[in-house]
Design a protein around this ligand. Structure first.
Ligand code: G3I
Length: 402
């Protein structure tokens, strides 16, 4: 089932030797380069060289970025080729599901850390950074939380959950998605907050409670607010960006610990809205608030109107390129993660009933897709585009630059 001959240009010519040397000088790659050269099981051997200086993590590092993906804990245990690809391509990982409340504390006070422990151990062994996802969300809650939530319990349960989960990995996480998807302007509140179980029991203060608890549990992790629908030029996206900014300004005024915003980046094709001034202004405003930005969950829903593999690759590549070319020139952006690395393991297939999706950097047979080339080439263009005058000029420097 090996894929051959797509219309996408997978060559590497956009990367100058100088760019590569600059990257190599800034980072110590010797140990992981060695790992990248280890042989790949033959049935997965890629048709082109994607290891070492051709990997996404290398191209990212040359531009002061991390590249990584959401990882499927079971697959990491059982699929050696998948584990190899992650080691080869990623400098940061986030567990897709095993740190969600339902997975990690299915019964009150009884924690199941086996999967997350294994992912963290894998990351540490391979010198890959880790993100945690996610401490407070209105989804993936166990029945006992949904059933019994009262204002008193909500505060105590949330705080205990954060202490236990973030506390377990204290000092070992690059960042945590502390609060996930708290914005929903459609719910009609003036502040744009989602009418969630947490808001109903604790009011808007729940966000502050969560962030303070996370800082206490893991003082070193970059505390992140993570949300979707913040990327394109649609009016709804602009409304969502405005609501996130309102929230961030309120948190800053109240001295609540917060370090970063996660732009999920769940893209889709075809999308006529494009990416531009709205996203640029948003990034500049976050930077002015001294917040870092991570693209946390990028993938492309290509379920609509596309049947041919080459056309899907071209559309996915075009969309990723347009999004990243708008976002990456801003120095607030420090990391890009895709929501899955290969379409062999992706929520896109089930969610959009789209078994043929090409919406991630690697396909079902772990061959690079159009998305791989698009991400690599967008990384390579970062500094060039940042130097162009149409980009928003830097406002204030980021103080914490990890
Ligand atoms: O845990 C059960 C397992 O016991 C059972 O065998 C299996 C059978 O289908 O279902 C398992 O639960 C599923 C879980 O994924 C693990 O596979 C849930 O039904 C399913 O709803 C869950 O979906 C995840 C979804 O979040 C909800 O938590 C997706 O994999 C995951 O990709 C998705 O990720 C979210 C981010 O966390 C937040 N941003 C949006 C993103 C995409 O929706």
């Amino acid at each position: 089932m090996r894929r051959r001959g797509t219309a996408i240009n997978l060559t590497n010519k956009a990367v100058s030797r100088r760019t590569m040397l600059a990257g190599a000088a800034a980072f110590t790659f010797a140990s992981w380069l060695e790992g990248c050269r280890a042989s790949v099981p033959p049935h997965h051997a890629p048709a082109m060289d994607i290891g070492g200086s051709n990997s996404l993590r290398y191209h990212a590092a040359a531009q002061q970025l991390l590249f990584g993906c959401a990882v499927n804990a079971k697959a990491l245990r059982e699929d050696a080729a998948y584990a190899h690809l992650i080691r080869q391509q990623c400098s940061i990982l986030v567990p897709e599901n095993c740190l969600k409340w339902k997975a990690v504390e299915p019964e009150q006070g009884r924690f199941r850390f086996e999967d997350a422990d294994a992912v963290v151990a894998f990351a540490e062994k391979n010198k890959i950074k880790m993100r945690g996802h996610t401490l407070v969300w209105h989804e993936a809650l166990p029945d006992w939380v949904e059933r019994g939530l009262t204002p008193t319990d909500a505060r105590a349960w949330m705080t205990a959950h954060i202490q236990n989960v973030a506390g377990r990995y204290s000092g070992r996480m690059h960042s945590w998605d502390v609060v996930n998807e708290a914005i929903a302007p459609r719910d009609g509140r003036p502040d744009g907050l989602r009418d969630s179980v947490w808001l109903r029991t604790l009011g808007p203060e729940y966000i502050e409670i969560a962030l303070r608890a996370a800082r206490a549990a893991d003082p070193a992790a970059l505390l992140t607010y993570n949300d979707w629908g913040l990327d394109d030029e649609a009016a709804e996206s602009e409304e969502r960006r405005r609501a996130v900014l309102t929230l961030m300004r309120r948190l800053r005024q109240r001295n609540v610990p917060i370090d970063a915003v996660g732009i999920q980046g769940h893209l889709y094709v075809p999308n006529q809205r494009g990416y531009g001034a709205g996203l640029r202004r948003f990034l500049a405003a976050l930077r002015e608030l001294d917040l870092q930005v991570f693209v946390t969950e990028m993938d492309v829903d290509d379920s609509r109107a596309l049947t041919d593999e080459a056309a899907r690759d071209a559309a996915v590549a075009q969309e990723i390129g347009a999004f990243l070319d708008t976002a990456l020139p801003d120095p607030a952006v420090r990391a890009v993660l895709t929501w899955g690395l290969t379409t062999h393991y992706t929520w896109l297939k089930e969610r959009y009933k789209n078994p043929a999706t090409r919406g991630l950097p690697f396909d079902d047979t772990l061959q690079p897709t159009g998305g791989f080339a698009a991400i690599r080439d967008a990384f390579d263009r970062r500094k060039i585009l940042a130097a162009k005058p149409q980009q928003v000029a830097p406002l204030t420097p980021i103080r914490k630059w990890r």
